[in-house]
Design a protein around this ligand. Structure first.
Ligand SMILES: [Zn+2]
Length: 340
């Protein structure tokens, strides 16, 4: 596998994310604190999920250190597992990347303690520096800095990654207002990150395909580096543009985030359509964030013209008992399926 930037010159790249939600859904991670202790407690689950995502078409194995930083571990009183958790996450991802030939990515994310000002910046900077140092020791191919709603915090993450001499993918999370907390326009935030040396800039998380897509063209126009787009696979709308804003009419308008988003889940076809549209706008780095399943990843990979190992099992309805075109399928069987 060529390095990330060379691969991006050759073709669009797919990066599967969403480990936090998927581990929670499977019963290995607690919603609320959302700390990835599963990395230490059930490493086999993480390794299996990495392998499933690569099988489905992810070019990247992203170490599961999301929310595995000092501030989150302080909240649950477990700062002592910070370093083992980070080292183990990178070791698991590294093993899968080596076995499969995928790219290996380290990960930094929003700390939830950042605010402009020297004190918070010092805390956040040192949290990023220690995480990057553990990733750099293993020799990751690049580091993903993601889900930032503060441009200033993203720039701190970028500084730490660049100081370690590693390529950086920087992506922002755009809440319902359509702005970042310290920069009005997502395109301006991406421009700032690109000017500060990010190799890829764009958006991840929070917004579903329909409400992320309109934000991409201005970003593409604002920067010359590759652009990233990793929506959540939920049916967000103009009125409810983020997964946090979704309200479920079947539950009296209750908030769906984070544990009742199921009825809003996009089909694989919607993610494939998103990938096609995003590539049409010039996006080169595609993926799916919280809520992603392997079927979504495969649909994105196939939309950009790839045929990952999982494509061997992609749907073929010509063989279906009722929907199929095979001459062996009799009319009498079709009669038993009036709903079709
Ligand atoms: Zn996410």
């Amino acid at each position: 596998m060529p390095d990330l930037l060379e691969l991006l010159r050759q073709r669009p790249v797919v990066c599967a994310e969403g480990y936090l939600f998927e581990c929670e859904r499977r019963g290995y991670l607690q919603a609320g604190a959302f700390v990835p202790e599963v990395v230490l407690e059930h490493p086999e689950v993480i390794e299996g999920l990495h392998r499933e995502f690569v099988h489905a078409g992810s070019d990247v194995v992203e170490a599961f250190t999301y929310y595995g930083h000092r501030e989150k571990l302080r909240v649950i009183g477990k700062e002592d597992i910070l370093e083992p958790l980070n080292r183990q996450a990178i070791a698991i991802a590294s093993r899968v990347a080596r076995d499969t030939g995928a790219l290996l990515a380290g990960n930094l994310c929003n700390t939830n303690v950042y605010e402009p000002g020297a004190a918070a910046e010092r805390t956040v900077r040192s949290a990023f520096e220690e995480q990057v140092s553990w990733a750099a020791e293993v020799g990751v191919d690049f580091v993903i800095a993601e889900t930032f709603s503060w441009a200033g915090e993203a720039l701190l993450a970028l500084e730490a990654i660049r100081a370690a001499g590693l390529p950086a993918v920087v992506t922002f999370a755009v809440h319902r207002e359509g702005t970042l907390r310290d920069v009005v326009s997502p395109a301006d935030a991406c421009r700032q990150a690109a000017q500060a040396g990010a190799d890829v800039v764009g958006l991840n998380c929070i917004r579903g395909p329909l409400t992320m897509l309109p934000l991409l063209a201005p970003i593409r126009a604002a920067v010359s580096c590759p652009v990233a787009a990793l929506p959540v696979p939920y049916r967000t709308t103009e009125a409810q543009p983020s997964m946090q804003a979704l309200r479920d009419p079947a539950r009296g308008g209750a908030q769906a985030f984070p544990t009742a988003l199921d009825p809003f889940t996009c089909t694989r076809h919607e993610l494939g359509d998103f990938a096609t549209a995003a590539v049409g706008l010039g996006v080169r780095y595609l993926g799916i964030c919280c809520g992603a399943g392997p079927h979504h990843v495969r649909a994105v990979a196939e939309a950009i013209g790839e045929a990952p190992p999982a494509s061997r099992y992609s749907p073929d309805m010509s063989k279906h008992s009722f929907l199929g075109s095979d001459p062996g399928i009799t009319e009498s069987y079709r009669e038993y399926a009036p709903d079709l």
